[in-house]
Design a binder for this molecule. Structure first.
Ligand code: NDP
Length: 313
């Protein structure tokens, strides 16, 4: 059977703030963008609650609702938004080949990468075994299931601090497991944590094992003096940062040692002409919705200029 190939002017991979903003700009510039949403349509904001720092929302807004608004705006200008995951790429020639779900072939004059980043895990066997059975990387998604119970959360950044205070509203007690003697989170977030009476911060502490066979029944912790302590929890949350979703581009695009795509400073250009990178996939410093949106806009403008330069109208 002959392979069916669809050609597009502008292909956007990923659907967080970067992808949708690129789509809004590309669609308005008549680039007829086609977007594949990826594994988590709407991206990481769909698993947060209150967003208070996105300009234009003085009363704050909910992450999932904000992403629905982004999507509606991208669709309004004609973006063709589709389910599907990019599974491999071939950036050999001027026409870029992207395979979706291992079976659909798209060729594109320009590609905008907006694949974002995903949660990191501790990497202990019990974490994997109990994932979905009390172990979670999203307090906002799963906190509800532990209403009135005792839970633990690992991490000391803004995400962990935010999620600890979120859990504290639902749960009886929250143990916050911090591996160093201090938190990395902003002072404001730390203050919020320390002022929440049902959060107990355990500094210089690491997780040895998550206990339980079919569901979480506790966690075995160890401090830097080698002293072990068991906490009786039914939920165990991991909030230790993220890694960029760029494995797909290994061997094609320049990336740093942790997988963040490298772009020409001040632009979204990658080492392949016509392929642009935006959002958290290429930003390990700021990682905010507003900066991701800004770089999505840059990617669409860079792609538009590229298409004009190679005579694609
Ligand atoms: P960060 O990378 O900032 O923090 C990760 C935390 O996890 C660190 O405290 C780190 O410890 C800890 N950690 C990493 N690996 C392990 C491990 N194996 N065991 C135990 N602890 C571990 O990630 P975040 O997701 O918190 O934040 C990412 C970015 O997003 C930041 O720039 C943050 O400011 C921003 N953000 C902003 C928010 C807001 O403005 N409302 C909300 C949420 C995030 P250590 O400190 O020892 O390295």
């Amino acid at each position: 059977m002959e392979e069916k190939i669809e050609h597009v002017k502008c292909l956007i991979i990923g659907s967080g703030p970067a992808g949708y903003t690129a789509a809004i700009y590309a669609a308005r510039a008549d680039m007829k963008p086609v977007m594949y949403q990826g594994l988590q349509p709407g991206g990481q904001l769909t698993i947060t609650t209150e967003v208070e720092n996105f300009p234009g929302y003085p009363k704050g807004t909910q992450g999932p609702e904000m992403m629905e608004d982004f999507k509606a705006q991208a669709e309004k200008f004609g973006t063709d938004i589709r389910w599907g995951l990019a599974t491999s790429v071939d950036f050999t020639g001027p026409i870029h080949k992207v395979i979706i779900d291992e079976k659909i072939t798209i060729t594109a004059d320009s590609v905008i990468i907006a694949t974002g980043a995903s949660a990191k895990w501790l990497g202990i066997p019990s974490e994997e075994k109990l994932n979905g059975f009390g172990v979670s990387a999203c307090a906002v998604c799963d906190g509800f299931f532990f209403k009135g119970q005792d839970v633990a959360i690992v991490g000391a950044g803004d995400t962990a601090a935010e999620e600890a205070t979120y859990l504290a509203k639902l749960c009886r007690k929250v143990y916050m497991i911090v591996r160093r003697g201090e938190m990395r989170a902003s002072k404001a977030m730390q203050t919020r944590v320390l002022n929440t009476t049902n959060i107990e911060v355990l500094y210089n502490t690491q997780t040895k094992e998550i206990l339980g066979d079919k569901a979480v029944e506790g966690a075995l912790l160890v401090n830097d003096r080698g002293e072990e302590r068991k906490v009786d929890v039914t939920g165990f949350f991991v909030a230790i940062g993220h890694h960029p979703n760029t494995d797909l581009f290994k061997g094609w695009l320049d990336m740093d040692e942790t997988g963040y795509l490298i772009t020409v400073p001040g632009t979204t250009k990658t080492n392949i002409p016509g392929v642009f990178a935006s959002g958290d996939a290429q930003d390990k410093h700021y990682r905010q919705a507003v900066t991701a949106a800004g770089s999505g806009c840059m990617a669409a403008l860079d792609a538009e200029r590229y298409l004009a330069s190679v005579g694609v109208h």
